[in-house]
Design a protein around this ligand. Structure first.
Ligand code: IMP
Length: 523
């Protein structure tokens, strides 16, 4: 069933939290029913992992847009100029897609897409070896976007001309050697021999990175591999069709990880908000007609370091999960079978771990266990400032069997008095809006409203009215507190495990625009 207004031409799907909310499924669902001509990944890199499940098949993409599985019906998949591309992993991704029988006739990379090179991955991993790490995915994302802003970056278009590529590559490397030499050579060697850096194929004992090996490898990738025919001025093409063809912008990461709007410095290095998506595709923000914000609820997750007020069991509790299981002699395999016991476990570290296991909360890119917290409506209201009111709820099915569900509606600041802008935030102050500054947010203690949970499994439910009443109470509360309109609820990974709240949505639209009634009745 379609969930996009009839007159919308450019639709953006963003995540309203810290990523990993199930955008891949949502994009796949919309692509399947709305039939966009273009699905664009305008930002982020292979730090993301978008999972799609349909008809018993499971496909995970990292940089390639989720629209690729609709290539055979003419959907064009575009990696925009705001994205950063690692050709080494992109090649692996293409091979996997080809292996799965997926065609890629419409796959296009922008000439302006940033190029992630071995020096970026090395630098990212070296920085992450320090104690003040961000918890990045180690894909070179921070360094590649820093180079772009410092105006020494390379784009895919540069690679199309070998001389230009070599000149820019040498300039890009210059200053990095100084930084590399400040790190332990043994650590550098270890990283250079990791799989993501081609098992040492760029390593040089004396010079750290063998520039000739990099030139040869990338030129060969471009000129001998399929990438040769995939680099286009995609922005020009998208601008020329805007308003005429349907374009779906597929966000990566989440608004709370946005370089400007997120919990800086624990953020990614690109913009994950609708305006960032439009820009990364080469469009204007005004070109976006409809935005859908994806919200995992009534629990949420975060990967890597950074403040997470509603985290269950305390800061990064998930890192102690295995120890706790050992201490309590719990067999990890018994968690899923006895989920009703473990979802309600009094030890919150084990409870958080159990939610992660039931929800399969492991990074699609790194495999890291995700940190688990209760739904934070302060954070949701904040991200809705950027994404608007239309939201999609994902993964409520994970909490079937959880007796009590806390939802955060505000914070109390518990820390030293701190100046913030034109005011002082004092110990004990109530805060009902999100301040993304780390030093404040990490001292915010959530205030919860507690809801009774439900016991029924909901993965096969197809209609809103058939959901357990306890869940409907929670959903109505979310709507009331945030002003959100829930457009769709995903109750499982498969495309079919989806409830479209078309009736509620239709009423709102009918009130706004009478003529739409014919569309909703006859579509
Ligand atoms: P980077 O994007 O690899 O530099 O990582 C910066 C921060 O963003 C880290 O906390 C990562 O865990 C987080 N991050 C990056 N990509 C994703 C994603 O796709 N999902 C969730 N978190 C992500």
């Amino acid at each position: 069933m379609n969930l996009v207004p009839r007159d919308a031409k450019v639709v953006a799907v963003v995540c309203n939290q810290f990523g990993d909310t199930g955008k891949g499924k949502v994009v796949d669902y919309i692509t399947n029913y709305w039939n966009p001509k273009y699905v664009v990944r305008p930002c982020g890199a292979d730090n993301a992992g978008h999972t799609m499940e349909y008809g018993g098949k499971k496909i995970v993409t990292h940089i390639i847009p989720s629209g690729i599985i609709h290539d055979s019906v003419g959907v064009k998949s575009v990696v925009g100029m705001g994205a950063a591309v690692n050709l080494i992993t992109a090649k692996k991704e293409l091979k996997a897609l080809i292996g799965a029988g997926i065609s890629m006739n419409g796959l296009m990379f922008s000439v302006g897409a940033k190029m992630i090179l071995p020096q970026h991955i090395l630098l990212d991993r070296l920085r992450e070896s320090r104690s003040d790490k961000i918890g990045t995915t180690g894909r070179g994302v921070g360094p590649v976007y820093s180079d772009h802003v410092a105006r020494i970056g390379l784009t895919l278009g540069d690679l199309q001309n070998k001389d230009m590529f070599v000149k820019k590559l040498i300039k890009n490397m210059e200053e990095k050697f100084v930084i590399f030499r400040s790190f332990n050579p043994a650590l550098i060697k270890k990283i250079m021999f990791q799989d993501v850096l081609c098992d040492g194929c760029f390593y040089d004992e004396q010079n750290i990175i063998n520039i000739d090996a990099v030139i040869e490898y990338y030129c060969e990738l471009l000129f001998k591999y399929v990438f040769k025919d995939m680099i286009y001025e995609t922005e020009k093409e998208l601008k020329s069709v805007v308003g005429k063809e349907k374009i779906l912008l597929e966000g990566a990461q989440g608004i709370l990880l946005d370089i400007d709007e997120g919990t800086y410095p624990f953020v990614t290095s690109s913009s994950c908000s609708p305006s960032g998506l439009a820009r990364g595709a080469g469009l204007r923000e005004e070109d976006v007609d409809f935005v859908l914000g994806v919200v995992k609820a009534p629990y949420m997750t975060r990967v890597g370091s950074g403040p997470f007020p509603t985290e269950i069991g305390g800061v990064n509790a998930i890192s102690q999960y295995e120890n706790e299981l050992n201490t309590h002699s719990i067999d990890p395999k018994s968690i899923k079978e006895n989920k009703n016991v473990f979802l309600n476990y009094k030890n919150h570290i084990i409870q958080a771990g159990a939610i992660g296991v039931v929800g399969n909360e492991f990074g699609a890119t790194t495999g890291r266990p995700r940190r688990i917290g209760w739904l934070d409506l302060v954070a949701l209201k904040y991200s809705m400032i950027f994404s608007g009111k239309n939201i999609i709820i994902t993964k409520p099915d994970v909490l079937s069997g959880c007796e009590q569900i806390p939802i955060c509606i505000g914070y109390v600041y518990k820390g030293k008095d701190v100046f913030y802008g034109n005011k002082t935030i004092k110990n004990g102050d109530k805060i009902d809006y999100m301040i993304t500054k780390q030093e404040i947010l990490e001292n915010c203690v959530p205030e919860y409203v507690f809801f009774p949970g439900w016991y029924e499994e909901i993965s096969e439910v197809k209609k809103y009215k058939k959901l357990p009443k306890e869940l409907k109470v929670i959903l109505e509360f979310i709507k009331r507190e945030t002003g959100a309109k829930i457009i769709m609820i995903s109750v499982g990974p498969d495309r079919d495990q989806t409830i479209v709240c078309w009736f509620l949505f239709a009423i709102v639209r009918i009130l706004k625009r009478g003529s739409d009634i014919f569309y909703w009745i006859f579509h």
